[in-house]
Design a protein around this ligand. Structure first.
Ligand SMILES: Nc1ncnc2c1ncn2[C@@H]1O[C@H](COP(=O)(O)OP(=O)(O)OP(=O)(O)O)[C@@H](O)[C@H]1O
Ligand SMILES: [Mg+2]
Length: 468
């Protein structure tokens, strides 16, 4: 507790106060002495005692008032201490006033501490809400941005100033500016969807909430943003996927319908045409079957993608049996398959059936999209060191893939050369399936290629336990 120091009482003030209190009796004593109504010595004594008494009363009053003034001053500064300082005894009435003042100051103090705590709690809630939030003043200047907003606009999280980064572009956005105007005019919440093109395209849903009365810092509007970029991309992907899948199915279906009509009509009695058309129809139906199988496979893999596999797979064994199964396709394209298999290579945890599909899809691609009469090399090896795991690598010496296509190869239905791939019987789902299987295994797919110099597809799979 702070010591309450009363201002020293000046001698002049003490003298004038004492004079004010004692001049009437002193004058009376002196008059009585001069008029001989009282013994002059007695009159002088009476006047002297009166002066002393007046001096004492003045001193007690003045020091009491000085202490009261100190208590009031401290209370006005927000301190509610009780009277603690040494000094002359306080008159009971004075003491009551001083204590009541101190109590009042203490309760005001507690209340302002409570308000402070509530404000800090409000600020903490705003700061930690998961959605980006801005607080704007009446004149639209941003006053505050929470952590999510600073993250969204690349402002350093520790930097509380909201104007850095791209917030300027956001606040100048005509749709948002319009919503802010309407919110202020109508006093109601306004919702608006905006697209910010820079630095990366973002789709945001904004809610503008007017505040009445305004916040203590002058905040008049809260702008809440919800980043819908990912959601919209997923929606678009889903729509694209359905469109692509139906398109891929429609083409062979249209050709089947066409041939059926021809066989029923003009080519009804043409045995030669019938044989030819039935061959094409079988091919188209096979294509549709493969597409449906791939789609079903893909959705099955997606469903289990978050569950880690449980088995162990010796990759050399798996590679040998898949290589054998490729013999007919290899022969058709006169491709030579070169194997370099390390028997120790072990993938764990792993799903043998799914890894076989990865090998199948990658080998088929190398053979079908590689060079006719070329060589495909399949390497399986164990990796030690800081990234222990097993690697499967498939390299061909075909035309390769241009750099701009590489990041998109694992998208569904993405084909570098649609016509050629479709001609080769491809649906464009093979690498999408590979990617999902590798994701489920928490592995990695690296594609390296240079146009005209073949392509390498490298799959890294973690081994939880050392090589067996
Ligand atoms: N080894 C490769 N060399 C050159 N291009 C390749 C190679 N592997 C894949 N590609 C290109 O990547 C595209 C996508 O491959 P993906 O396996 O996903 O589909 P696909 O082979 O066309 O059809 P699917 O495998 O579903 O039958 C192919 O269409 C092809 O253009
Ligand atoms: Mg393929």
């Amino acid at each position: 507790m702070t010591e309450q120091v009363a201002a020293p009482i000046s001698l002049g003030r003490l003298a004038s106060s004492a004079a004010l209190i004692g001049w009437v009796p002193v004058a009376m004593f002196l008059a009585l002495g001069v008029g001989r109504w009282l013994d002059p010595a007695l009159a002088l004594l009476g006047a002297g005692v009166t002066v002393l008494g007046a001096w004492l009363v003045a001193w007690i009053w003045l020091s009491n008032l000085a202490r009261l003034a100190t208590v009031l001053r401290r209370a006005s500064e927000g301190h509610g201490e009780a009277l603690a300082s040494p000094g002359p005894p306080m008159l009971p009435a004075m003491r009551d006033v001083a204590e009541a003042t101190a109590r009042l100051a203490r309760s005001l103090d507690e209340r302002s501490a409570l308000v402070g705590r509530l404000r800090r709690a409000d600020a903490a809630i705003l700061e930690n809400l998961p959605d980006p939030l801005f607080v704007l003043a009446e004149d639209r200047t941003p006053l505050r941005a929470n952590r999510a907003a600073r993250l969204l606009f690349g402002v350093p999280v520790a930097d509380m100033r909201p104007l850095a980064g791209d917030t300027g572009a956001l606040l100048r956005h005509p749709a948002l500016a319009g919503a802010v105007d309407r919110a202020l005019l109508e006093g109601s919440v306004q919702a608006v969807d905006i697209v910010l093109p820079v630095p990366v395209s973002r789709e945001l849903a904004a809610q503008v909430i007017p505040l009445d009365p305004p916040l203590l810092d002058g905040g008049r509007l809260v702008v809440q943003l919800i980043d819908r970029t990912r959601e919209r991309a997923v929606e678009r992907m889903r729509a694209d996927f359905v469109a692509n899948a139906s398109h891929e199915l429609r083409t062979p279906l249209a050709s089947l319908i066409g041939f059926i009509e021809t066989l029923r009509g003009p080519a009804e009695d043409d045995a030669d045409a019938r044989r030819r058309f039935l061959g094409i129809m079988a091919e188209q139906s096979e294509r549709m079957r493969r597409l449906i199988d791939d789609l079903l496979g893909l959705s099955r893999i997606e469903l289990t993608e978050h569950q880690a596999p449980t088995g162990q797979v010796l990759l050399a064994e798996l590679a040998r049996s898949e290589a054998e199964a490729m013999v007919p396709i290899l022969a058709r394209r006169s491709v030579h398959l070169d194997l370099a298999l390390d028997d120790a290579a072990l993938a764990t945890p792993a799903d043998g059936e799914q890894l076989a599909q990865v090998l199948r899809n990658l080998l088929e691609n190398a053979i079908r999209h590689g060079r006719e009469g070329g060589t495909v090399r399949l390497v399986v090896r164990q990796m030690k060191g800081d990234r222990p795991g097993a690697v499967m690598e498939i390299t061909d010496d075909g035309p390769g893939i241009a750099r701009e296509h590489i990041p998109r190869l694992t998208e569904r239905f993405y084909r570098v050369d649609k016509g050629r791939s479709r001609g080769a019987g491809g649906t464009g789902l093979g690498l999408a399936i590979v990617k999902h299987i590798i994701n489920r295994h928490r592995g990695q797919l690296v594609i390296e290629s240079e146009e005209g110099h073949g392509a390498t597809f490298r799959v890294w799979l973690p081994s939880a336990v050392g090589a067996g």
